[in-house]
Write a protein that binds this ligand. Structure first.
Ligand SMILES: Nc1ncnc2c1ncn2[C@@H]1O[C@H](COP(=O)(O)OP(=O)(O)O)[C@@H](O)[C@H]1O
Ligand SMILES: [Mg+2]
Length: 350
């Protein structure tokens, strides 16, 4: 069904069923973030959740308190096939036990920020611009014109994500939602070789699904929760976030509907970033603003919904001599600025 898309094994170039994947799970030794931390309460510890309800919750992809705590009763009832009153009680209990209800102190936030990891682009100028790299628990939006190099950044970071932590990677897996049919395993192979990595091993850790329309794209994001069990997900890429939405919801009358759906999608993505201590990277197109009197007459689409959801926005453009410029826009804690890099056969370089 829908989630079959995720199981595309790039090297084998054949689709496996969900069942086969689960059977394979025991011999994949992945240490998840939770295992590295102190043992935490599980969903079975929730009052009123017996084995049958726990099973239903797990089947619907809710295997962590935090994932439950951020749901609405209506959505949880529908997704886990529970009564809405039961769902409401579970959410309330999860909120208490996951300790996310209400305000937290600045020092507690600082503690949570300490878990943030940074993914190196392996390009000094880009890492400098981002004070070390692309942060987990954040949503990074990369926007620019066609051919400005958005997909190249997605490919490069996917490769880097699989690299060991002490080399600037996350030693993690990547889920890649491809809406424009521009994911190329051959390009991953080139970039993996560029870092002296085994291309096949890298491709094994990048799970790609082609999204055929915006509804499918949203479902795929929801499926990541389910599909990622036993996998150390450290990065989710949506390339492009907005192309289907833009093509399908045309005209003023559709705008509110589009923004509402996009908002929902972004929330799902942000939740994945928080629960997995992972990085979410989305690409976005630009539209030209012919009425702009000065400055660059292009701006990202997606409106306020996307502007608020992104923690960092990077604006890419081409410059003379094959050079590329990335501009950091609207960062919560870093100064705006620009950097220069190149796209070579081996990948992004200074
Ligand atoms: N193998 C390669 N070697 C060098 N440059 C490449 C390679 N593949 C793609 N590029 C560069 O990347 C550009 C395409 O960028 P892309 O990321 O697809 O743009 P966008 O996603 O923003 O539309 C090409 O025009 C080319 O300059
Ligand atoms: Mg692209």
């Amino acid at each position: 069904m829908i989630y079959l898309g995720w199981i595309v094994r790039l090297m084998a170039a054949k689709t496996k069923s969900n069942k086969q994947k689960e059977e394979e799970a025991p011999d994949t030794e992945v240490i998840t973030m939770e295992e590295q931390l102190e043992p935490e309460a599980t969903i079975e510890d929730l009052p009123g959740v017996g084995p049958a309800t726990a099973e239903k919750l797990r089947e619907a992809g809710f295997d962590e308190l935090l994932a439950l705590a951020v749901m609405s009763p209506g959505d949880l009832a529908e997704q886990a096939e529970l009564g809405e009153a039961v769902a409401g009680k579970i959410i309330q209990a999860a909120k208490k036990m996951a300790n996310i209800g209400g305000f937290v102190s600045g020092s507690a936030l600082l503690e949570r920020r300490r878990e943030v990891q940074k993914l190196s682009s392996m390009v000094q100028s880009i890492d400098d611009l981002l004070a070390g790299g692309f942060e987990t628990q954040s949503l990074v939006e990369v926007y620019g014109e066609f051919g400005s190099g958005k997909t190249q950044i997605g490919h490069q970071l996917a490769v880097n994500c699989t690299m060991p932590v002490d080399q600037g990677g996350f030693d993690g897996d990547v889920f890649y939602i491809d809406t424009e049919d521009t994911f190329r395993p051959e390009r991953i192979t080139q970039m993996a070789r560029g870092h002296g990595l085994d291309p096949e091993a890298v491709l094994e850790r990048i799970h790609v699904a082609r999204a055929y329309n915006s509804a499918h794209q949203m479902l795929l994001a929801e499926e990541i929760k389910r599909m990622s069990r036993g996998i150390n997900v450290k990065m989710i890429i949506v390339d492009s976030l907005t192309s289907h939405f833009r093509a399908e919801f045309v005209g003023r009358g559709m705008l509110a509907n589009r923004q509402q759906k996009l908002n929902r999608h972004l929330k799902d993505l942000k939740q994945l970033a928080d629960v997995n201590n992972a990085l979410v990277l989305v690409t976005n197109q630009v539209m030209s603003k012919p009425d702009a009197m000065w400055g660059d007459p292009t701006k990202p689409i997606g409106g306020h919904v996307l502007a608020h959801a992104s923690t960092f926005r990077l604006y890419l453009r081409k410059a003379k001599g094959g050079r590329r410029i990335a501009r950091l826009v609207d960062s919560p804690n870093l100064p705006d600025g620009e950097c220069v890099y190149q796209v070579c056969e081996e990948g992004l370089r200074d």
